[in-house]
Design a protein around this ligand. Structure first.
Ligand code: 13P
Ligand code: SF4
Length: 303
C-alpha cells in the first residue's frame, strides 16, 4: 500500500514538474519522499531558487507562506492547509506599532515562525540558525524580537551590546519540555551530551552542551566522535539522525516532544494535493511585496 502511494507520488511529481520540500519535523514518510529536507533557513533558500512549477511544502503554514512570498509565480501546495504553528500568531495586535512609537532607532526582528502579516511589519526575518549573526549585523541599538521569547532571550544573551526587547510568545511543544524530563535522561545516559533547540526554556539551555537549529543539531551529531546523544527538540529529527548515523543512539525527553501540526504531512495528503492541486497557499499581493523585504534581507544577511 505504502509502496503504491510512493510510486503514484513520484510519477505525478515528474509529470507536473513538482518538487517536495519537507522540514525535519515532518513525519518520516514525508521526509523520505522529499526532494529537499532541511531546517527553516535551508528550505526558504530552496523555495526561493526552485525552478519547479509546483512546490509541495511538508511543513506548517508559515513555511508555505514564506515559500510563496519568496517565489510568488510558483504554485505552492500544502498537504494539509490546517497545519499551523501556534507561535506564529503570538504577537498582540498593535504591539509592533507601540514599540516603534516608543523607540526612534528600532529594528523589528521577526523569527520566521510568524504570519506573513507580522513579517510585513518587520525589518528583518531570522531563523534559529542565523539569528545571532543577523541581530549583530543590524545598525540599530534597539531590537524588538518577535514572536519567540526563548529564542529572543538566547539571542539577547549572545548580543549584550544591543537593547533587545522580547515579545512573550513561545512554541508550546518546546516550552513544555521540563528540566526534570531532561535530568531523567541525563541520569540514564550520563555521558551523552544534551543537544537542544533554542526554543526551549533558558534553564534547559543552561544545562545543555550544544544549542542549535534542527540542521545544526543533526550536523553536530554527524561530526561528533561520540555514540549517544540526548536530543531536546521535536522528535521528527530522529529520522534524519538515524539515517545519517545508524550506529549512534538518540534519547529524547519523555514523553517525546511532538508537533501535531507537522505530523499532518502524510503520504496520503501529499498524493491528494498532487492529484487535485488544491490546498494552494494564497497570499495577498501587497502582503507578498511587503513581507518579501524582511525575508530577502534574512537570506542576504544570513548567508
Ligand atoms: P528550525 O529553524 O531549527 O528548522 O526550527 C523550526 C521550528 O519550527 C522549530 O520549532
Ligand atoms: Fe511551531 Fe513549535 Fe511546531 Fe515548530 S515545533 S512548528 S515552533 S509549534
Amino acid at each position: 500500500m505504502e509502496n503504491q502511494l510512493r510510486e503514484q507520488i513520484l510519477k505525478l511529481k515528474k509529470d507536473k514538474n513538482a518538487v517536495i520540500l519537507a522540514h525535519y519535523y515532518a513525519p518520516a514518510e514525508a521526509q523520505s519522499i522529499a526532494d529537499h529536507v532541511g531546517d527553516s533557513f535551508y528550505l526558504a533558500k530552496v523555495a526561493k531558487n526552485s525552478a519547479a512549477d509546483i512546490i509541495v511544502f511538508c511543513g506548517v503554514s508559515f513555511m508555505g507562506e514564506s515559500a510563496k512570498i519568496l517565489n510568488p509565480d510558483k504554485k505552492v501546495l500544502m498537504p494539509d492547509l490546517t497545519a499551523d504553528c501556534p507561535m506564529a500568531h503570538m504577537v498582540a495586535e498593535g504591539k509592533i506599532k507601540e514599540m516603534r512609537d516608543r523607540y526612534d532607532d528600532l529594528a523589528v526582528v521577526c523569527y520566521i515562525n510568524s504570519t506573513a502579516e507580522l513579517k510585513r511589519q518587520s525589518d528583518v526575518c531570522v531563523t534559529s540558525s542565523g539569528a545571532i549573526k543577523i541581530v549583530k549585523a543590524l545598525p540599530n541599538k534597539n531590537i524588538f524580537f518577535i514572536p519567540d521569547r526563548n529564542l529572543g532571550k538566547f539571542v539577547a544573551a549572545q548580543v549584550p551590546e544591543k537593547n533587545i526587547i522580547i515579545n512573550d510568545g513561545c512554541c508550546p511543544i518546546h516550552a513544555a519540555i521540563t528540566k526534570e524530563q531532561l535530568l531523567a535522561q541525563k541520569r540514564e545516559h550520563p555521558t551523552a551530551p544534551i543537544l537542544i533547540h533554542p526554543e526551549c526554556e533558558p534553564e534547559l539551555l543552561e544545562m545543555s552542551d550544544y544549542i542549535g537549529s534542527t540542521a545544526e543539531i543533526i550536523d553536530y551529531v554527524s561530526k561528533s566522535p561520540l555514540d549517544e546523544f540526548i536530543v531536546c527538540t521535536e522528535d521528527g529529527v530522529d529520522y534524519q539522525l538515524i539515517t545519517d548515523n545508524p550506529e549512534k543512539r538518540f534519547y529524547y525527553p519523555e514523553p517525546r516532544p511532538c508537533c501535531v501540526d507537522m505530523k499532518l504531512n502524510t503520504l496520503g495528503n501529499i498524493l491528494s494535493v498532487l492529484e487535485k492541486e488544491d490546498n494552494e497557499v494564497i497570499v495577498d499581493e501587497t502582503v507578498v511585496r511587503e513581507a518579501r523585504r524582511p525575508l530577502d534581507r534574512m537570506l542576504e544577511l544570513g548567508r
